[in-house]
Ligand binder design. Structure first.
Ligand SMILES: NC(=O)c1ccc[n+]([C@@H]2O[C@H](COP(=O)([O-])OP(=O)(O)OC[C@H]3O[C@@H](n4cnc5c(N)ncnc54)[C@H](OP(=O)(O)O)[C@@H]3O)[C@@H](O)[C@H]2O)c1
Length: 377
């Protein structure tokens, strides 16, 4: 029996897969989008090489990983009937991590997040019917808390149906949580809500650059349109993956929902920029909060441009609400249950900034070794 994990080719999902394999000796059923078996293995190797050498990966592929080539937006993931049956009958629990994070696309969020999660829930119901499902874990987001200002939000207060959402991503992720709770009443469930997941505290290498680009862009400005004492809730991906794996594997987690966040210990813009300035031997930027509106307008205008400037501005546009809401997410549940805390961003932000600039936001992927096997080799 195995854990059915979605999103393993993504940033957080790959960290979770590596943690489950390395720390928990788990067997995994992985849903991977690919045209043929070798492409699936190659895509997995790209996602996993941050975490392990090729021989280790290949050994896991032979012994612990079963790949199901499918898509969340197709009925029964587009799998052949016998493959789908095999998935149902070999899945002992589910970690649903895949999602569309395209905050600008209603269509993509509707299809991947809502229709996709419904497919995963149906798989869970079928496995539960045949042999009982040990746990259904869902990687949600703190964005389900909707529009907020100057708050510390606890897990139980986050969902408020009368509140507006920032974007289609937040809205659909909020409904996913609801759908899972409504449709799987008898299955033990865990909802994980990470805050802004940025960087790995153990090393500066990353394969996901969207948020990093926004961070590097802001870090290069001499003036920031924020209030210096506002807090920003950033969490390291290694903490998130460790918490998801540990609580999913635990026999009886104490709660059904966890914020995976820095909570009240989140750092202020001033703390973050002071640490970065010291590491670079530079002056800290000035904070001029009343520039927020003109800055917003500028970002809006530039986001319509083509090329890297337009791309950078459109990234800023989607992240801006989360930078100025001065809202943090109480993490007492996860820190007291696991006995560990996230690493403050200021402790690992400079190596991340430096490596991202040095590599021009690219990860130097290792190819599939020519002498290794593989389904299509
Ligand atoms: N990153 C953050 O700061 C953050 C914060 C809070 C919560 N989260 C949550 O964490 C989870 C993972 O986020 P991430 O940052 O790791 O995102 P990511 O790197 O973009 O990964 C998304 C994953 O979902 C998969 N996926 C998307 N559409 C799919 C489809 N139609 N069928 C099958 N798989 C599909 C992707 O597969 P492909 O490789 O084939 O595209 C990829 O494996 C999401 O649920 C997100 O809501 C993220």
């Amino acid at each position: 029996m195995a854990i059915f994990l979605t999103g393993s080719t993504g940033y957080i999902g790959a960290h979770i897969a590596a943690n489950l394999l390395g720390q928990h000796g788990a067997s995994l059923n992985l849903l991977v989008r690919a045209r043929d078996p070798h492409e699936a293995e190659l895509r997995l190797w790209c996602a996993m090489q941050l975490h392990m050498s090729f021989p280790r990966f290949y050994e896991y592929l032979q012994t612990k990983i079963r790949v199901f080539r499918g898509d969340l937006t197709s009925t029964q993931f587009g799998l052949q009937a016998d493959d789908y049956d095999r998935l149902v009958h070999t899945t002992d629990s589910v970690i649903h991590c895949a999602a569309s994070l395209n905050r600008k696309s209603e269509k993509s969020c509707l299809n991947v997040n809502l229709r996709g999660t419904l497919e995963v829930v149906q798989l869970g119901m079928r496995s539960n019917y045949y042999h009982g499902l040990r746990r259904f874990s869902h990687v949600s987001t703190v964005a389900v808390a909707g529009k907020r200002k100057d708050e510390v939000v606890t897990e139980d207060e986050a969902i408020d149906w009368n509140r507006s959402d920032y974007d289609p991503y937040a809205r659909t992720k909020k409904f996913c949580e609801h759908m899972i709770r409504q449709l799987l009443p008898e299955v033990p469930k865990t909802i994980f809500r990470p805050s802004i997941v940025l960087g790995d505290s153990r090393h500066p290498e990353t394969t996901q650059f969207d948020m990093v680009k926004a961070f590097v862009f802001l870090a290069g400005l001499p003036v920031l349109p924020f209030r210096s004492r506002d807090k920003i809730d950033i969490v390291n991906v290694d903490f998130v993956a460790d918490a998801v794996a540990a609580l999913h594997q635990k026999e009886g987690p104490q709660h059904d929902t966890y914020h995976l966040s820095s909570g009240r210990e989140s750092q202020t813009f001033k703390q973050l920029t002071t640490a970065l300035a010291a590491a670079q031997n530079k002056r800290r930027p000035l904070f001029i909060p009343f520039l927020e509106k003109p800055f917003d307008k500028g970002v809006n205008l530039m986001s319509n441009r083509k090329g890297p400037v337009g791309y950078g501005a459109s990234l800023m546009k989607v992240f801006m609400p989360y930078l100025v809401w001065n809202t943090v997410f109480d993490n007492t549940r996860v820190t007291s249950e696991l006995g560990r805390k996230p690493v403050p961003f200021s402790q690992y932000s400079y190596p991340l900034l430096k490596l991202s600039r040095d590599t021009n936001f690219t990860y130097n992927y290792e190819d599939w070794p020519t002498r290794a096997g593989g389904s299509a080799a």
